[in-house]
Design a protein around this ligand. Structure first.
Ligand SMILES: NC(=O)c1ccc[n+]([C@@H]2O[C@H](COP(=O)([O-])OP(=O)(O)OC[C@H]3O[C@@H](n4cnc5c(N)ncnc54)[C@H](OP(=O)(O)O)[C@@H]3O)[C@@H](O)[C@H]2O)c1
Length: 288
């Protein structure tokens, strides 16, 4: 594999996690307190359980206490609101995440639940207050995946100014936050989705292409511009193996840089969730 073309998210995340661990250890020495992240998980969705386990393991490795609140699959809307109240009002809990998607009977209220989380504990950056901050280019509470993507590109000294950025995704978690983050850095942005006409024409223009579609080999060598920088956010499982949205081996021949998947954006997402948790902890305990 040509190492110089890799945007090695795993290596960068390991480095960031080590630095964060040192800061958390120092804070503990000063105050005798550690940050705590509470994760609300409703039911036993296997994918959600895997994601929560990864978050728990990374938090604990770094020195962040982790509380998993696994709620019954059939919990009512009111009961879930009460569970959110509990973590909002618990001084020992600094950050709160609600693992999505929720079971079917609660899905239509997902936004209401997210809005119910205290914006000061909203380490997923999905509360409208924090989304509004991002609108004004304030990235303090930006979601972890976009933060990780931008940090990785900056780590590799990628120039954003005047670049054509094509984002294939318009979710609150990935595509929409990235619009403001690239705009802040003076890129020109196009957002594509399922209703985009002639998507190939857009992909072909991309200096920087971010793809988060959830389809293996959605991005093939013939579709990209020579020298493009590709960020593969997609997470898919094919024949039991994890892969992204990019036909990695073929695309590698034509692009200038690409994230592997796994080993690219995923580890940075978890790392920035931990960074967001330490950030809210510092604010809550007045640690500079
Ligand atoms: N590695 C990580 O840390 C990480 C973090 C977050 C997400 N992910 C992965 O990223 C992917 C997307 O996640 P998400 O939560 O944002 O999912 P999502 O809400 O379902 O978003 C998927 C997006 O892709 C668009 N899309 C789907 N098929 C398309 C097609 N054929 N042509 C053009 N656009 C298409 C959708 O368009 P519409 O809006 O029109 O439906 C939507 O905007 C998933 O594979 C997820 O597992 C990975």
């Amino acid at each position: 594999m040509s190492e110089e073309k890799l945007l090695n998210g795993k290596r960068f995340a390991d480095h960031l996690n080590l630095k964060l661990k040192e800061k958390i250890t120092d804070a503990y020495k000063k105050m005798g307190k550690r940050p705590r992240l509470a994760a609300l998980l409703v039911g036993q969705n296997p994918a959600s359980m895997t994601y929560v386990n990864i978050k728990q393991k990374t938090c604990e490795d770094i020195g962040i206490d982790f509380t998993l609140i696994n709620l019954d699959q059939n919990i009512t809307k009111d009961q879930l609101f009460k569970e959110i109240d509990k973590v909002n009002n618990d001084d020992k809990v600094n950050g709160v995440i609600l693992q999505l998607p929720l079971p079917k009977h609660l899905q239509e209220y997902s936004l209401e639940f997210v809005e119910h989380i205290s914006p000061l504990k909203d380490v997923d950056g999905l509360h409208p207050y924090n989304q509004g901050k991002l609108f004004n280019y304030d990235e303090e509470f930006a979601p972890a995946t976009p933060k990780g993507i931008i940090a990785l590109l900056e780590h590799y000294n990628i120039n954003f100014k005047g670049k054509e950025v094509i984002i294939i995704n318009r979710s609150n978690l990935v595509g929409k936050p990235l619009i403001f983050m690239f705009l802040k850095r003076n890129s020109t942005i196009t957002v594509c989705h399922t209703s985009t006409v002639n998507i190939e024409n857009h992909i072909k223009r991309a200096d920087i292409l971010v793809v988060a579609v959830g389809r293996p080999k959605f991005i093939t060598k013939d579709k990209i511009k020579k020298g493009a920088i590709i960020v593969d956010v997609g997470t898919n499982r094919v024949d039991g193996k994890l892969c992204g949205d990019v036909d990695f081996d073929r695309v590698l021949e034509k692009c200038s840089k690409v994230t592997p998947s796994p080993g690219g954006v995923g580890p940075l997402t978890v790392s920035f969730l931990c960074h967001n948790t330490f950030h809210v902890f510092k604010k809550q305990v007045n640690l500079s």
